[in-house]
Design a protein around this ligand. Structure first.
Ligand code: MG
Length: 161
């Protein structure tokens, strides 16, 4: 078995007028909502895809199809625990995770510390292994116009003892 495996994930969801978004398992009150079949947690979707990618296990669309009524409004934190346990079962844990959130709003920096704590709890690893970064797109393109929010995730999976 390889001791290290790297994976990357990307996700984007549309933003519309609303009362808040769930990002990284954290509810952030703001005048927007993420349009999605699940809770629209684009951060955890990218995280799950990175973990699944590292172990060549497909993607979340395959694992949790949006045609399946069971995943209507699904709690992405719960889905992430399922992915975490599947990886554990195969002998891997998240070594470290680095995220970049691309959006014009909401402002991520006031929520960064709490978001790291929540993701660490969901993945059941120390918080110093989780990095959350954010950038705007300088008003360029669809994200720059505030039409959506995208996340890039990269993860290193470690074989556990
Ligand atoms: Mg998604």
């Amino acid at each position: 078995m390889m001791t290290l495996r790297i994976g990357q994930g990307f996700d984007i969801h549309r933003l519309e007028a609303g009362d808040g978004v769930t990002l990284g398992g954290l509810w952030i009150a703001c005048p927007y909502r993420l349009v999605a079949h699940s809770d629209g947690d684009v951060v955890l979707h990218a995280v799950m895809d990175a973990m699944l990618g590292a172990l060549a296990l497909g993607d979340i669309g395959e694992l949790f199809p949006d045609t399946d009524a069971r995943y209507q409004g699904a709690d992405s934190a719960q889905l992430t625990r399922i992915v975490r346990d599947r990886c554990r079962h195969l002998g891997y844990v998240v070594g470290n995770l680095d995220l970049t959130i691309l959006c014009e709003q909401p402002k991520i920096s006031p929520h960064r510390a709490t978001m790291r704590e929540v993701i660490a709890q969901v993945l059941d690893i120390p918080v110093d292994r989780i990095s959350v970064k954010a950038t705007t797109c300088e008003q360029l393109g669809s994200i720059g116009r505030g039409e959506g929010l995208a996340v890039q995730a990269i993860v290193l999976m470690l074989a556990h003892a």
